[in-house]
Design a protein around this ligand. Structure first.
Ligand code: NAP
Ligand code: ZN
Length: 352
């Protein structure tokens, strides 16, 4: 068991689907390679909701969610070279990995061949110590899994970049979104609104796809050039075979064949949304025009830093609703109904 020492206030769910309540955890004193971070803000990702509700079937409780962490370095271990106290930093979805396999060596820790250690709802590499996330006052993390937040970005609007930002930046880069590419983003929530902003900044022509017309003005302001409401069947017909790349962020079961119909020949639809249900795909949604269906998860640490620097340069932050921690259960209810514009962020000062 890792030695724990620093009493830390947090919010936790004690069982599947239960409300989050005040809870006390212990953080370890920083080891030689560790950074102790005072958390200032933490975003609320739909993955937090899936896991608190045990929708992926792998939840363990008590659970302190939160993997969109922005804060200030409080203390560093003796061998830490990249950070000093007072630095503005972030932590995303992972806090460790084997650090030795080919994926880790390639900077793709999220695809670690042994396992990455998730920021919460996981066990440290010692096989015993549970991990607890960012709905808490502070966190101790190996410096390799800490990234720097550019001065040009406010910490509250930067917090969602640590998951929503990197999860969409990584596939946009991998599948080469850029000038001349027609990119669609499905679902205008936390991930989707970041995907629109990022793809637009990369130079792609972006279409935002939502269920209704209600987010149109916002999407165009984020950089979308076109907007498609799937409630309008004639708009779906018009969009047939028009995109090179679709970033699909939907969080519950939806008809994937409908979206695949909008891909051009050789187009790719990347699933980043992770509904609990299987998503049936008809072979003829893929075969006739040599289309691909792919998946992607978060991004490596090197790429996360690259994404933050890109956002710093282009002044891209999330559109947020800042809440105090006592509003967390209300925020979960609203998130489950897609009623957020576009990311809830917890002001951790309200926890103290
Ligand atoms: P979110 O803010 O709730 O946004 C999801 C959006 O999906 C909603 O705003 C809604 O957009 C759309 N949607 C929901 N249900 C739908 C349905 N039945 N049909 C069509 N559209 C639907 O969630 P988020 O935080 O962006 O996360 C999105 C998903 O990505 C979640 O499943 C999450 O777990 C997953 N995720 C995956 C990774 C990864 O590494 N791959 C990382 C983070 C999150 P409209 O209202 O615009 O229609
Ligand atoms: Zn997330």
């Amino acid at each position: 068991m890792i030695k724990t020492a620093i009493k830390t206030k947090a919010y936790a769910a004690n069982g599947s689907g239960q409300e989050l309540k005040p809870f006390e955890i212990q953080r370890r004193e920083p080891g030689v390679n560790d950074v102790l971070i005072d958390i200032k803000f933490c975003g609320i990702c739909h993955s937090d909701l899936h896991q608190v509700r045990n929708e992926w079937g792998n939840s363990s409780f008590p659970m302190v969610p939160g993997h969109e962490i922005a804060g200030i370095v409080a203390k560093t271990g003796d061998h830490v070279t990249r950070f000093k106290s007072g630095d503005r930093v972030g932590v995303g979805c992972m806090v460790d990995s084997c650090k030795e396999c080919n994926s880790c060596k390639d900077g793709l820790e999220q695809y670690c061949e042994k396992r990455m250690v998730l920021t919460y709802n996981d066990i440290e590499l010692d096989g015993k110590t549970p991990t607890y996330g960012g709905y808490s006052e502070r966190i101790t993390v190996h410096e390799r899994f800490v990234v720097r937040i550019p001065d040009s970005l406010p910490l509250d609007k930067a917090a969602p970049l640590l998951c929503a930002g990197i999860t969409t930046y990584s596939p946009l880069m991998h599948w080469q979104a850029g000038p001349g590419k027609f990119v669609a983003v499905v679902g205008l929530g936390g991930l989707g609104h970041m995907a629109v902003k990022l793809a637009n900044a990369m130079g792609a022509k972006v279409t935002a796809i939502s269920r209704s017309a209600s987010k149109k003005t916002d999407a165009l302001a984020m950089g979308a050039k076109e907007y498609l409401a799937t409630a309008d069947s004639s708009a779906i017909e018009k969009a047939k075979e028009s995109f090179d790349l679709i970033i699909n962020t939907v969080s519950s079961a939806a008809d994937m064949n409908m979206y695949l119909g909008m891909l051009k020949r050789d187009g790719v639809m990347v699933l980043v949304g992770a509904p609990e249900e299987a998503l049936p795909v008809h072979p003829f949604s893929l075969i006739p025009k040599r289309k691909s269906l792919a998946g992607s998860t978060i991004g490596g640490i090197r790429e996360t830093q690259e994404m933050l620097d890109f956002c710093g340069k282009h002044k891209i932050g999330a559109d947020i609703e800042l809440i105090s921690i006592d509003k967390i259960n209300e925020a979960y209810e609203r998130l489950s109904k897609s009623d957020v514009r576009y990311r809830f962020v917890i002001d951790i000062a309200s926890l103290k």
